[in-house]
Design a protein around this ligand. Structure first.
Ligand code: ATP
Ligand code: MG
Length: 559
C-alpha cells in the first residue's frame, strides 16, 4: 500500500483492504459513472478523486463510464467536456472508456431473461396511474391489473415495444418484485420505457430505453467492477441493485457502497440548477469563472492539485454535511502561495510624478519572483519618472494610522525607492489626478541606508512601461449561505450575489504580465489572478481574480 493510501484510510478503503487481504478480489476495479447531461462540478471531483484515487493506490483500474440512458438530455458536448475535466484533474482511464449505451443489446437480453423467469412484465397503465398505484411512504401500493400477464404475452408486447409499434407512454416494462414493500424502489420499478427520440450515440436504433437503476447495476457487472461507490441517495436503491443482479446470471455481483455527497455553502451543485443558471444567462456559460463546475474553476485559475488536496481533506463520511467553501478557497491559496509567481499590478491607477527623477530616463530593478521559493529567482522591473500607484494607497486627510501615502509622508515603493508626497494635483472638479513626489536615491532597492523607517510598502508600475488590462473581480455567486434554504417556494436564483462580478477597466500591469501563460500568478497585495482563457488576447489582456489574499478559513482554524 502506498503512503498516500495509509494517510487517507477511511471506511471505504478499509473495506477494500479487507477484500484484498481475504482474497475476495485480486484487483480493485472502480468506475466513475457520469451522466453526460451537464458539466462536471466540484462534487463530481470528490467522486473522481475517490474512484480514481482508490484504483491508483491499490494498483487497480478505474473505468470512465457514461451513464447515457436518457437520450433527451444528453449530448456529446457533455461527453467531451467530462473527458477534458477528468484529465485536467490529473486522472487517466486508458482503454477503459465505456458507455452504458454500448450495453443496450445486452440489457435488452437480460430483460428478456427476467420476463422468461416471470420476474418482469409489461404494464399498460398510464404514468399517472402507475404513480397512483405505487402508494406512499405510509401506504402500500396496489398490483397493476396487468401484473399477471403470461410470459408469452409479455415477450410479445416487449418485442413490439422494441419494434416501435407503440407510442411513448403506452407501455412500460416493470420488474415484478413487491408492491407492498416498505422500500418504494422495490414496488415493481420500471425497467424500460418507450422514448421515440434519437440517442446521441445509438441514433434511431432504439425506441425503448432502460432506466438508470436497471442499467447501472448491470453495467457495473458487465465491467466486473468490484466496488461500486456512489452517493448516499442511492442507499435505498441498493436492494434493487442487488435484486437485479441476484435474479440474473451476470459476470459478477459488485458491492455498492455509499458515501456522503459533497455539499458546499454559498454554492449549488445540482446539474439541473447549474443548467438553469446557464440557460437563463445568470452566468456566462458552463465555464463561467463563478460556476462550481470543473471548467469554471479551471477558468477561474484554481489549480487541479488544490482541488485534489481539498477532496482529500474533506474525507469520506456516511452522513451528509455542508462543507465551508472557505476551505476550498484555503486549499487554493495555500497551493498558490507556494507556487505562484508574484507581480505588481495597479487596478485603479493614480498617477505619480517623481519630480527629482531625471526626465526621459529609466532603470531596471530586481524583484523577487516568489519569496516562498528561492529557486523561482528574480526578474527586472522598469522604473521611471512617472508611475502609477493604487488610488486606495493615497489619502489626502489621512488619519495617523493610515500607513500608506499622504501629503508630507514617506513610503517605500516595493523593490524601488522611498518616496515622499509633496503636492496633490486636482482637476476643476476637485478630483485628485496626480501626486507630485520626490524620491531618495540612497534607498535604491527599497532599503534604508540610515535605518530610517517607513511604515508602508506600496506596489507600483512605471507608466511608460505598463501594459493595460481589464481585470474581472469575482466573488461568490450566491449571497445566501444556503441558496436552497427557501425550499420549494423560494427560488435559488433570487439569492444570487449582485456583486459577484466587478469589471475593472484600465488596470496597469508590470510588463512581464503580458507574457504569462495559463498559470495563476499573484498580484502583490491583491490576490491571485490568471488570464481569461476565453477573452484574453495579446492586444487586449483580461485577467480573472482567482481568489483574494485574505483567508477566512485560516483565521477560523487559527492557522
Ligand atoms: P446532480 O445531482 O447534480 O444532477 P448526478 O449525481 O445526477 O448530479 P451524475 O453524472 O449521475 O450526476 O454523477 C456521477 C457521479 O458523481 C455519481 O456517482 C454521483 O454519485 C457523483 N456525484 C454527483 N454529485 C456529487 C457530489 N455533490 N458529491 C460527491 N459525488 C457526487
Ligand atoms: Mg445521477
Amino acid at each position: 500500500m502506498s503512503e498516500e493510501a495509509k494517510k487517507t484510510r477511511d471506511f471505504i478503503r478499509t473495506i477494500i483492504e479487507d477484500d484484498l487481504r481475504t482474497g475476495k478480489h485480486e484487483r480493485v476495479v472502480t468506475r466513475f459513472p457520469p451522466e453526460p447531461n451537464g458539466y462536471l462540478h466540484i462534487g463530481h471531483a470528490k467522486s473522481i478523486c475517490l474512484n480514481f484515487g482508490v484504483a491508483r493506490e491499490y494498483g487497480g483500474v478505474c473505468h470512465l463510464r457514461f451513464d447515457d440512458t436518457n437520450p433527451t438530455k444528453e449530448d456529446t458536448e457533455f461527453v467531451d467536456s467530462i473527458k477534458d475535466d477528468v484529465r485536467w484533474l490529473g486522472f487517466e482511464w486508458g482503454d477503459n472508456e465505456f458507455f452504458a449505451s454500448d450495453y443496450f443489446e445486452r440489457l435488452h437480453d437480460y430483460a428478456v431473461e427476467l420476463i422468461k423467469a416471470g420476474k418482469a412484465y409489461v404494464d399498460s397503465l398510464s404514468a399517472d396511474e402507475i404513480r397512483e398505484y405505487r402508494g406512499t411512504l405510509t401506504e402500500p401500493g396496489r398490483n397493476s391489473p396487468y401484473r399477471d400477464r403470461s410470459v408469452e404475452e409479455n415477450l410479445d408486447l416487449f418485442a413490439r415495444m422494441r419494434a416501435g409499434e407503440f407510442a411513448d407512454g403506452e407501455h412500460v416494462l416493470r420488474a415484478k418484485i413487491d408492491m407492498a414493500s416498505g422500500n418504494i424502489n422495490l414496488r415493481d420499478p420500471t425497467l424500460y420505457r418507450i422514448r421515440k427520440v434519437a440517442h446521441h450515440r445509438t441514433g434511431d436504433a432504439w425506441c425503448i430505453y432502460p432506466m438508470y437503476d436497471y442499467t447501472h447495476c448491470l453495467s457495473d457487472a458487465e465491467e466486473k467492477i468490484t466496488h461500486s461507490l456512489c452517493t448516499l441517495e442511492f442507499e435505498d436503491h441498493r436492494p434493487l441493485y442487488d435484486w437485479v443482479l441476484d435474479e440474473l446470471e451476470t459476470p459478477c455481483h459488485p458491492r455498492q457502497i455509499e458515501f456522503a455527497r459533497l455539499n458546499l455553502n454559498y454554492t449549488v451543485l445540482s446539474k439541473r440548477k447549474l443548467l438553469r443558471l446557464v440557460e437563463e444567462k445568470h452566468v456566462d456559460g458552463w465555464n463561467d469563472p463563478r460556476m462550481p463546475t470543473i471548467a469554471g474553476l479551471r477558468r477561474r485559475g484554481y489549480p487541479a492539485a488544490a482541488i485534489r488536496t481539498f477532496c482529500e481533506r474533506i474525507g469520506l463520511a456516511k452522513r451528509d454535511s455542508v462543507v465551508d467553501v472557505a476551505m476550498l478557497e484555503h486549499a487554493v491559496r495555500e497551493h498558490l502561495n507556494a507556487v505562484a509567481s508574484r507581480y505588481m499590478a495597479v487596478l485603479r491607477p493614480l498617477r505619480v510624478v517623481i519630480d527629482n527623477y531625471p526626465d526621459g530616463e529609466s532603470e531596471e530593478l530586481d524583484a523577487v519572483n516568489n519569496p516562498e521559493d528561492e529557486s523561482a529567482g528574480t526578474r527586472k522591473v522598469p522604473f521611471s519618472r512617472v508611475l502609477y500607484i493604487e488610488r486606495d494607497d493615497f489619502m489626502e486627510d489621512a488619519p495617523r494610522k493610515f500607513f500608506r501615502l499622504a501629503p508630507g509622508r514617506e513610503v517605500r515603493l516595493r523593490y524601488a525607492y522611498f518616496i515622499t508626497c509633496t503636492e496633490v494635483v486636482k482637476d476643476d472638479a476637485g478630483e485628485i489626478v496626480e501626486l507630485r513626489c520626490t524620491y531618495d536615491p540612497a534607498t535604491r532597492g527599497g532599503d534604508s541606508p540610515d535605518g530610517r523607517k517607513v511604515k508602508g510598502t506600496l506596489h507600483w508600475v512605471s507608466a511608460e512601461h505598463a501594459v493595460d488590462a481589464e481585470v474581472r473581480l469575482y466573488d461568490r455567486l450566491f449571497a445566501a449561505e444556503d441558496p436552497n434554504a427557501g425550499g420549494k417556494d423560494a427560488d435559488f436564483v433570487d439569492t444570487i450575489n449582485p456583486d459577484s462580478l466587478e469589471v475593472v477597466e484600465g488596470a496597469k500591469l508590470e510588463p512581464a504580465l503580458a507574457a504569462v501563460g495559463a498559470e495563476t500568478v499573484q498580484f502583490e497585495r491583491q490576490g491571485y489572478f490568471c488570464t481569461d482563457s476565453e477573452d484574453s488576447r495579446a492586444d487586449r489582456l483580461v485577467f480573472n481574480r482567482t481568489v483574494a489574499l485574505r483567508d477566512s478559513w485560516a483565521k477560523i482554524k487559527g492557522r
